[in-house]
Design a protein around this ligand. Structure first.
Ligand code: ADP
Ligand code: GLC
Length: 467
C-alpha cells in the first residue's frame, strides 16, 4: 500500500510534543511492509541538521485567496520504504517557533497551514491512503473532496488533541479558494468561525484518536471541547488506538543521552543516572525519592494543581522534584517560585531539551502526569520502559495504559478525580512505596517488561486504511 502521512511535526526533524513521536513511530512501523511518505514543513534548523536533503520536482505556486505563494519539496530518505518530504517556504516556516513565539500563536497560522494543506492535497492522488494529523492538516480532506482530485485517496483524520482546533476568523475561508457556499455549519463553520478540526471531522472517511478511552471521553460535553455533537454524528467512523513507543529511540541501553546503561536484569546503572541528574539540577543527593515531570506547560497538564500539592508536601523534606518544561509564562513563573522556595528540594529547567528529557526519564524514581485530560500521553509509556514509576490521573490514554498497583498486574499509581487532595495521596503512596526496596524492584521490573511497541497499533491503523 502507498501511504501518505501529513503532519505539522515529525521526529527527529521537528518536535514540540507527542505528535512528532507518534507520526515517526507509526510511519516507521508501517514502512516495514508498505511504502510510506511523510509530508511536513521545512522549519528553521532542519536543513542544518540534515545537510543531505535534496530538492524534488520544481517550485510551484499555490493561491491563498488573491495572493500566490511559492513552495518546493525537499526530500530525505531515512530508510528504504520511508520518504520524508519537507515543504519549503521560508516566509512561512523559517521562524524561531513551529506555531508560536513567547507563548503567542503566529497570527498567520491559518495561512501557513492552508498553504501546507494545499501542497499536501497536490500529492494525495498518488497514494492509496492519506493520513492527516490534527487541525494543521485537517482541511486536506475538504480540499480533495470539494476541489480537484476528488475521491482518489482514502482519507483518515487523527485527533491528537481536541483542545487545539485551529479556529479563526470566517474571512480566512477565502484562502481555500473554494466556493463560499461550502462555508456552512454542517461543514467548516463553527460558532461563526472557520474551524479546521471540525472540517476534518466532517470530511474524513475515517476518524481516529490516540486512545480508546479518549475516543469515549470526547463524545461527552466535558471533554468534547464544543465538538462532541459533531463527533457523535460521526461516532460510527471513530476509533481509538493507543499510541505505541519507538523503543529504538526510548531505550536504556546504548542510549547516548544517558550517563550509564541499565536493563531489567541489572538496574545499577539507573542509580548512576539518578546521581548524574541530581548534579545537573544542582540538588544535594540525600537518598530521597526523586519525582519528575517533562511537559509542555499548558493548562491541560494539571501543572497548577501539581504545584499546589507539592507546596503542601515539600516542607516535610521527604522527596525531591525536578521538572523540564516550557510554555505558559504564568506556569513557568509559578514553577520558578517553587524552586526559589525549596532550593534544595526542587530543580526546574525552563526550556525544551530532548537529551535532558531522556536523562530525567532514566534518573527519576517516579514520573508525575497529573493531566486534566490526556488524549494518549507518551511519557508514562517511556517511564515504564525506564523503570520509573508513573503517577497519573486516570484519564484518556493514562487510564488505558496505567493500572493501579492495588490491582492485579498494576504498573503505576493512579487516582480517579482531578483534585489536589487525591494527587497528594498518590504522592504519599509513592513515598511509602520507595521505602520498600523489594516492592520497588518488583514494580520497576513489571513496567520494564511491558511492551507498547508500534507493530500492533500499526496493524490497527492498516485495518482502517483498508476498510
Ligand atoms: P503532548 O503531546 O500533549 O505534549 P505527550 O506525553 O504525548 O504529550 O508527549 C510529549 C512529548 O514531548 C514527550 O516525548 C516529552 O518528552 C516531550 N517533551 C515535552 N516537553 C518537553 C521539553 N520541555 N523538553 C523535551 N521534551 C519535551
Ligand atoms: C497530543 C496529546 C498527547 C498525545 C500526543 C500524541 O499532543 O496531548 O496526549 O500523546 O498528541 O498522539
Amino acid at each position: 500500500m502507498r501511504i501518505l502521512q501529513a503532519a505539522s511535526e515529525f521526529f527527529p526533524y521537528s518536535k514540540t510534543g507527542g505528535l512528532a513521536d507518534m507520526v515517526a513511530g507509526l510511519s516507521g512501523a508501517l514502512a516495514k511492509n508498505h511504502e510510506v511518505t511523510v509530508a511536513t514543513p521545512l522549519y528553521r534548523g532542519i536543513r542544518e541538521q540534515f545537510p543531505d536533503l535534496e530538492t524534488i520536482g520544481d517550485e510551484f505556486d499555490l493561491p491563498l485567496g488573491n495572493a500566490e505563494f511559492t513552495g518546493r519539496w525537499w526530500c530525505h530518505q531515512p530508510s528504504p520504504n520511508l520518504t520524508v518530504l519537507l515543504l519549503e517556504n521560508d516566509a512561512f516556516y523559517n521562524r524561531p517557533g513551529l506555531y508560536m513565539e513567547h507563548g503567542e500563536g503566529y497570527l498567520d497560522n491559518p495561512e501557513r497551514f492552508i498553504f501546507f494543506s494545499k501542497a499536501v492535497a497536490r500529492l494525495s492522488p498518488d497514494f492509496d491512503v492519506t493520513h492527516l494529523h490534527d487541525w494543521q492538516t485537517a482541511i486536506v480532506a475538504m480540499l480533495l473532496k470539494e476541489g480537484t482530485g476528488k475521491g482518489t485517496t482514502r482519507m483518515i483524520f487523527s485527533i491528537h488533541n481536541l483542545a487545539y482546533q485551529g479556529s479563526c476568523d470566517p474571512d480566512r475561508f477565502a484562502l481555500t479558494n473554494l466556493s463560499p457556499k461550502l462555508f456552512h455549519s454542517r461543514g467548516p463553520k463553527h460558532f461563526g468561525n472557520l474551524n479546521f478540526m471540525k472540517t476534518g471531522l466532517h470530511y474524513a472517511d475515517a476518524i481516529t484518536t490516540v486512545s480508546p478511552q479518549y475516543a469515549r471521553e470526547i463524545l461527552t460535553e466535558e471533554f468534547g471541547e464544543g465538538l462532541s455533537g459533531e463527533l457523535l454524528k460521526r461516532q460510527d467512523r471513530l476509533t481509538g488506538i493507543l499510541n505505541g513507543v519507538d523503543y529504538a529511540e526510548w531505550r536504556t541501553q546504548g542510549n547516548p543521552h544517558l550517563a550509564a546503561e541499565y536493563d531489567v536484569d541489572n538496574l545499577s546503572g539507573k542509580a548512576t543516572c539518578k546521581k548524574h541528574l541530581m548534579k545537573i539540577f544542582g540538588l544535594p543527593d540525600e537518598g530521597l525519592p526523586l519525582l519528575a515531570v517533562v511537559s509542555r506547560l499548558a493548562e491541560q497538564k494539571g501543572i497548577g494543581q501539581m504545584v499546589e500539592a507539592l507546596t503542601e508536601l515539600l516542607p516535610d523534606n521527604r522527596f525531591q522534584f525536578v521538572l523540564l518544561g516550557s510554555g505558559d509564562e504564568a506556569l513557568e513563573e509559578m514553577l520558578l517560585q517553587l524552586r526559589a522556595k525549596f532550593p534544595n528540594r526542587v530543580g526546574v529547567e525552563i526550556g525544551y531539551d530532548q537529551s535532558l528529557s531522556h536523562k530525567i526519564e532514566a534518573g527519576a524514581d517516579f514520573f508525575l502526569m497529573p493531566s486534566r485530560f490526556e488524549p494518549c500521553g507518551l511519557n508514562q509509556l517511556y517511564s515504564l520502559r525506564y523503570g520509573t514509576i508513573p503517577i497519573v490521573h486516570a484519564v484518556g490514554g493514562l487510564k488505558d495504559s496505567i493500572t493501579d498497583f492495588s490491582q492485579a498486574k498494576g504498573n503505576g499509581i493512579r487516582y480517579d478525580r482531578f483534585e489536589v487532595p487525591q494527587l497528594m495521596v498518590a504522592v504519599q503512596r509513592a513515598l511509602k512505596m520507595f521505602c520498600d526496596d523489594q516492592g520497588m524492584g518488583v514494580a520497576r521490573e513489571r513496567g520494564m517488561r511491558q511492551d507498547f511497541s508500534w507493530p500492533k497499533a500499526a496493524d490497527q491503523y492498516l485495518q482502517i486504511y483498508r476498510a
